[in-house]
Design a protein around this ligand. Sequence first.
Ligand code: FDA
Length: 498
Amino acid sequence: SSDVDAFLGCLYADIPPRLVHTPSTNNYSALLLSSVRNLRYVLPGTVRPLVIVAVTEPGHVQTTVLCGRRHSVRIRTRSGGHDYEGLSYASLDPHQRFAVLDLAELRAIHIDAARAEAWVGSGASLGELYYAVAAANRTLAFPAGSCPTVCFGGHLSGGGFGSLARKYGLSADNVLDAVVVDAQGRLLNRSTMGEDFFWAIRGGGGESFGVVVSWKVRLVRVPETVTVFGIRRFRNQSAIDLVTKWQDIAPFLPRDLYLRVLVQNPQADFVALFLGRCGRLFDIMRRRFPELGMTQADCQEISWVQSTIFIEFFTTDKPLEVLLDRSNKPDYYLKVKSDHVQEPIPRHAWESLWEKWLDEPGTPPIMLDPYGGRMGSISPSATPFPHRDYLYQLQIYSFWFENGTDALEKRISWVRGVHKELEPYVSKNPRAVYVNYRDLDLGTNELEGNVTSYDNAKVWGEKYFKGNFERLAGVKSRVDPDDFFRNEQSIPPLRAAK
Ligand code: FDA
């Protein structure tokens, strides 16, 4: 259409044409797929971007925002493409005309080891940062997620939970400054955007407020040598007893110890990272969780950066360079539901869950990640992420390789079924969900006039943000009153409230 031509013309005035990809250019499909992590959102019929702009400098972001506003083309920002519901590159609304701003090339990392700080581009992956931090200094680290291909842009703007959270909180708790392009195309930093805007992008989901170009973060201290273990217990041994018991123990362990569980038929895998040596870890485990039967032979003493590989791949045999591998060829379909747990789930509920849902071979993992420690001592309003006071988070994480609607329906209904089974035992009123584990089952936006409805959005919004939702909407009213940055679950402006 003429609007699209005008939009392209506007882009070409400032952005080299080789960075602007349309469905008629050669690299469009390869670029679109380059960081897709969920094949559900590239199925035929999915609404694809009119244009992908593979920016190489912040000025290109500013131009794309200004041209988009002028010519009525919306923008979805993609850093690492890991959004569980594909919101960074696909639209559920068949009428939405949008461009994707792909930030993969904005991934410079500058480490200041002496000050224990770093500037990191939104397109940098967690693995790239872990590698660079460790190369600069073996006793520095950054608290963030376990999957090395997840990128900064989405991860930090949604929170960022990982194996150092009990000691140092979320990634978002360790952000010192950020550079963003706002809805008027201005390039702002912490002092020019103001504290409310800066608060919102540390856990409120960046996509509603602007485009975060880079982040200044605080690096944290870790010992030169840390210890990891992975202990597998089968159902016919003691797995159910141990999982039940784990709930009373893991959230209350010393902050230096992170002990997660992956429950997947026929076993439960207990995976630990301890910021210290094997001897002390063994003492703690013997005193606090003797039932697990950990021995010193279970320990592997390694560097912190190696522990990031262990937690992701369950081995220490891979070279560090595996962290730099960004090649994320999409090969599976994904559906995840998550929740938070406040009271231990009783043994009989685990037993019946296992019997009804987990007994089939090949069922996906249920991942239990402990909170407590630093997580519990941060105020729920310090950042938009409010879920500080839980025992643990729980993810039902289904991925599958078979094509076709039968597989799709079967897998998705399995995930929903497991969640339903657990419903009596997990958070309620409102349910507590982490926005980085995006779940469109919670609800999607509707328009009122030409702005997203606040009342409607509250339904899903309070599940992600509790009391912080209203404040986020207030920030949105101020920084993007026209609701230019919108998607299926973007924060609406508050002024639309009735
Ligand atoms: P993507 O580019 O898809 O962005 C996600 C959302 O953020 C989109 O709405 C997008 O528009 C927006 N966005 C992206 N960049 C932006 C920017 N620069 N400015 C403004 N908005 C921006 N989480 C966790 O806490 N701990 C973990 O261990 C894991 N592990 C994990 C493994 C795997 C395999 C997946 C698929 C996901 C996770 N996650 C996770 C969830 C992950 O943190 C979440 O999906 C992040 O939002 C992904 O960020 P990306 O930039 O990669 O995604």
